[in-house]
Ligand binder design. Structure first.
Ligand code: HAS
Length: 563
């Protein structure tokens, strides 16, 4: 472990602990919703008292709490911890509290609106499904709160640069800033969608909405959103994992290049979610497809850099020969419980990434779009590497901020293995079911998995059953984690100290290249904006020219408009 430490104020320690604990409770409710999904879809249960048997309400709850609320909170707390730590500068606690309170209020409001059945719009919330205005307002507060957290780090960074001319910004800070630069640009589109389209429509000020334009603005945000999820995990892979494995980061420059490439290519790709949509010209879909392959490049560089870092660590630990190092990584060391959260996520991402490249290929997309294959893909990405890294990171941070020794370390170490086994089974079931035509976002239990229904498809049953078995195992893994997390929260502090002294396992680079061309965000942000303008202007023009009129609101449970 690094001996480098930084003392956080009591106020920032309390705030960040709350921002870890409250979303963890929401995550658990969301995970329970996930379990219910698999049971519903298989027809094992017909009604979940928590959501009153409403499949779409449960699905919205699961998606919004897990994929949007938990992830955003973690990214903010991670930045609140890592930026001051790496730059050795104090966080402005007052601004941090404003940001945290906005995020908490927004999330609770959105969650309550979903729970009372006023927002069965799924996590993509695209129209013509309509939610209560408070749902959109809640999400807006969550996003604005996260922007404020980001603005709070900027003066610290600028001050550090003035004081450290010629020095490289710590890689962790480069990673966090990349995450939030992408987040800020991407959320501008969803802000326009919410403020100028969804809210006025939901408030009844306008009768109809341009569905295609709203979907396009959503995916302008929706794809970079996946990198907003992924990049904090990448920070942990690059900055913590080599050290936890017992080695060094193979190349510091590769890490910096990867983050800058994400700034360039994360955004001008959203139309690959709309390959099957009308209104957008096929030439622009091709352009977004090409950029999609470009955005896979930083992950491929990551695969090689991290494999080289792990090989170096394994060899330091005594591994011999071509593959001997693999057996010398600390997979089952209770004191190093954090490592499995990272290595297992990375392993899962091999399959998640390959699936992404398949989705990005237009012809393959015609086969998998809107089938269960797609949730198969995203569970191998956001619910795999991202969730595991965020869970491990949350446990690590809560121990640091609350000055506690991690409790039930054995459970904490085994939990990601249990979760991974469940995840692989569930995703395999979803993917093969999807290839056989099983639709996504459909209560299969009420139709295709019901032997009494004329829609019954017996061939899908083994795969539906696999998703149930996998889902239950994942749930057990998460319960083990939650027990360890709250056992830590409610345990006695390590010492009577008021202020938390934070430390992180920061890896040293094996090759520390000067990388002068990778030291400034500005050129990359400018090129990214040019690429966004080039790729999105024709798409928006096509959408505006091809669509006319609009749609009244619908609910997923009814074939007739709401009004
Ligand atoms: Fe995706 C749909 C394409 C990555 C999430 N994606 C989704 C949806 C979500 C999602 C949530 O082109 C569904 C949205 C919805 O609700 O409709 N995705 C891609 C591509 C990538 C990709 C090209 N996706 C992600 C990540 C996500 C995510 C990351 C979340 C965090 N995705 C698509 C497309 C669709 C899509 C289409 C639309 C589908 C449709 O039709 O609806 C790439 O970024 C992937 C690149 C990754 C790699 C893998 C590199 C491997 C690494 C591991 C190395 C391992 C080591 C371990 C070193 C090339 C880094 C060694 C192990 C030892 C034990 C030693």
């Amino acid at each position: 472990m690094s001996t480098d430490t930084f003392r956080f104020s009591k106020s920032s320690k309390t705030l960040n602990s709350l921002l870890l604990i409250i979303p963890m409770v929401l995550l658990f409710i969301g995970v329970y919703g996930g379990l219910m999904q698999t049971l519903f879809r298989a027809g094992i249960i017909q009604s979940d008292p928590f959501v009153g048997g409403d499949y779409y309400k449960g699905l919205t709850f699961h998606g919004v709490l897990n994929a949007i609320v938990f992830t955003t909170f973690f990214a903010v707390v991670f930045g609140n911890a890592l930026v001051p730590y790496a730059l050795k500068k104090n966080l402005n606690s007052k601004i941090a509290w404003v940001s945290g309170i906005l995020m908490l209020v927004g999330s609770v409001v959105a969650a309550v609106v979903i729970l009372i059945g006023e927002a069965t719009v799924l996590y993509t919330f695209y129209p013509p499904l309509k939610a209560h205005p408070l749902f959109y307002i809640g999400l807006t507060l969550l996003v604005v709160g996260s922007w404020i957290a980001f603005y709070n780090w900027v003066p610290m960074y600028l001050e550090w640069r003035r004081e450290n001319k010629g020095k490289k910004t710590p890689l962790s800070v480069v990673g966090i800033f990349t995450t939030f630069i992408i987040w800020f640009i991407a959320t501008l589109a969803v802000a326009v969608e919410i403020l100028f389209m969804l809210l006025p429509w939901s408030l009844g000020w306008v009768d109809e909405i341009n569905v295609m334009l709203a979907r396009t603005l959503f995916w302008f945000f929706g794809h970079p959103l996946v990198y907003f999820w992924l990049l904090p995990a990448y920070v942990m892979y690059y900055v913590f994992m080599p050290k936890l494995a017992g080695g060094k980061l193979y190349s510091d420059m590769a890490g910096r290049l990867v983050f800058m490439l994400f700034i360039l290519f994360s955004i001008p790709v959203g139309t690959h979610h709309q390959y099957m949509d009308p209104a957008i010209g096929s030439q622009w879909k091709l352009l977004h497809g090409i950029f999609t392959f470009a955005v896979a490049l930083p992950s491929l560089i990551t695969a090689f850099t991290l494999a080289a870092s792990l090989e170096h660590a394994g060899k330091q630990n005594g591994g011999k020969g071509l593959f001997g190092w693999m057996g010398k990584l600390p997979y089952f060391n209770k004191e190093n419980w954090f490592f499995p959260y990272l290595i297992l996520g990375l392993f899962i991402f091999i399959f998640g990434g390959i699936g992404g490249i398949i989705n990005a290929s237009y012809q393959m997309n015609t086969v998998v779009h809107n089938t269960a294959w797609v949730p198969g893909h995203f569970h191998l990405t956001v619910a795999g590497p991202v969730m595991l890294a965020f869970l491990g990171g949350s446990l690590y941070l809560i121990g640091q901020f609350m000055n506690k020794e991690i409790r039930l370390k054995g459970w904490a170490m085994i939990s990601p293995y249990v979760y991974t086994i469940g995840l692989l089974l569930m995703s395999y079931g979803l993917k093969i079911g999807g290839l056989m035509g099983m639709p996504r976002r459909t209560n299969t239990g009420a139709s295709y998995a019901n032997p009494d229904s004329i829609l019954y498809v017996s061939e899908w049953m083994p795969y539906i059953n696999l998703t149930v078995i996998g889902g239950v195992i994942m749930f057990i893994g998460i319960v083990m984690f939650i027990v360890s997390f709250f056992a830590t929260v409610f345990s006695k502090s390590k010492s009577g100290e008021e202020d938390a002294i934070i430390t992180f396992p920061i890896s040293e680079p094996l090759h520390d290249e000067p990388a002068t061309w990778l030291r400034n965000f500005k050129p990359y942000v400018i090129i990214a904006i040019i690429l966004i303008i080039l790729s999105y202007t024709p798409v928006i023009i096509d959408v505006l020219q091809a669509t006319y009129g609009g749609s009244p609101p619908y609910s997923p449970d009814s074939p007739v408009p709401l009004r």
